[in-house]
Design a protein around this ligand. Structure first.
Ligand SMILES: *Cc1c(COP(=O)(O)O)cnc(C)c1O
Length: 377
């Protein structure tokens, strides 16, 4: 993403904003879909990893995705209300109070217990419809899912429940981003045994899915009939041990305005608590982004100003932070600071920010709050 293409869009009307390049999402989807050579579900939970669920859904569909997946019932219903008409899977729990609406909206539901199947089937019968369910098997994540030895019994329960239909069987990997771990192979083996048992019982559905981005990239045999991709579509690495192909480009750039520049004498305390003191005459800038926008109040932050990396100094405030600008004497009020993205020759990736914050890139992009408007490039 070149900075000139960023500057081609309208000047900022807000102090901080995120530009999302939907062409990147489309190209990333196309690339991974070709590489995986199985259908792609675009996973859009947490507002499309902070990128905006509906625009990302449309961009991913343009790139060849055929399904969308979400974590929460309201995420599924919101996409439907906005007119998304592809198959949608609710990966997480569905409140009983929303089953009618979910089924009427043709949202496929994930199940791991007979009690859920009974509620879902009853709701579907009231509507005169058939609810499509995905049977989730816990092969080692120890999160949602039926125990492997109970999968056939649950599949029978679904077959026998009038109003429900088994559309797919799924599982989820715990360690797919770690190439040194044997856990994914063990989970895959267990999952294949479950699928075989379902086949033997005449209960195997036509759709089997297991792989997230990391498994799709590092464990080709785990791709089955469809892959569920979230972070890779954003062009971000699942983790440091699971790089994405170089063709994948990050779609999100996060910027804020440099709102004041001042030269202060030695011995000045900077920001709350005076955790930073100037040691000489220093150039200090204020940038209009803070923890109220999802920018973390941790030590060691770095942003780009004037195409250079500059340190954040003193405490990050709710709406602002301070930067040390001695390396960028030409920086002036109204300039753009880049928190995530490219400026000139410098690049600050989501992965870099995650490393500074001691967390995952997922948490960085999901944590950008609603106060930061997303602009679509
Ligand atoms: C979040 C999630 C995914 C997508 O994971 P990525 O690592 O972002 O590709 C896939 N499946 C399930 C069940 C998930 O919760």
């Amino acid at each position: 993403m070149s900075s000139s293409s960023q500057e081609a869009v309208a000047p900022p009307r807000t102090a901080t904003w995120a530009d999302v390049d939907l062409a990147c999402i489309t190209a990333n989807t196309r690339h991974v879909a070709r590489l995986a050579s199985v259908p792609v579900m675009a996973v859009l939970k947490a507002d499309g990893y902070g990128h905006g669920a509906m625009p990302v859904a449309m961009a991913a569909l343009r790139g060849g995705a055929t399904w969308c997946g979400v974590a929460r019932s309201e995420e599924a219903l919101d996409l439907r209300r906005r007119g998304l008409d592809c198959p949608i899977l609710l990966l997480g729990w569905a409140p009983n109070a929303l089953l009618h609406e979910l089924i009427a909206s043709s949202v496929s539901l994930t199940v791991w217990s007979l009690a859920q199947v009974e509620e879902i089937a009853a709701a579907a019968r009231v509507l005169g419809q058939t609810a499509r369910v995905h049977l989730k098997v816990d092969t080692g994540m120890t999160r949602l899912g039926v125990e492997p030895h109970e999968a056939v019994e649950l599949a029978r329960g679904i077959r026998d429940a009038e109003g429900a239909e088994l559309e797919a069987v799924s599982t989820h990997f715990a360690c797919a981003d770690d190439p040194a771990s044997g856990v994914t192979d063990a989970q895959e083996t267990l999952f294949r045994q479950v699928v075989s048992a379902l086949s033997a019982a005449g209960l195997r559905p036509g759709l089997i899915h297991a792989a997230n981005s990391a498994a799709t990239l590092l464990h080709p045999t785990a791709r089955f009939d469809m892959v569920r991709l979230g972070i890779a579509l954003c062009g971000i690495e699942p983790s440091a041990t699971c790089p994405v192909p170089p063709e994948l480009k990050p779609a999100l750039t996060w910027k804020a305005v440099l709102t004041q520049v001042k030269v202060v004498p030695p011995g000045r305390g900077v920001s709350y608590g005076h955790h930073y003191m100037t040691t000489r005459q220093e150039r200090i800038g204020a940038v209009a982004v803070g923890y109220g926008d999802g920018y973390r109040r941790t030590e060691g932050n770095v942003v780009l100003v004037g195409g250079r990396r500059v340190p954040v100094v003193g405490r990050v405030c709710m709406d602002q932070l301070l930067v040390q600008l001695d390396a960028v004497p030409e920086a002036k009020m109204g300039d753009e600071a880049v928190l995530i993205g490219t400026q000139g020759q410098e690049r600050l990736r989501t992965e870099d920010v995650a490393a500074i914050w001691g967390t995952l890139s997922y948490e960085v992009v999901c944590g950008i709050t609603d106060r930061v408007p997303r602009r679509y490039v």
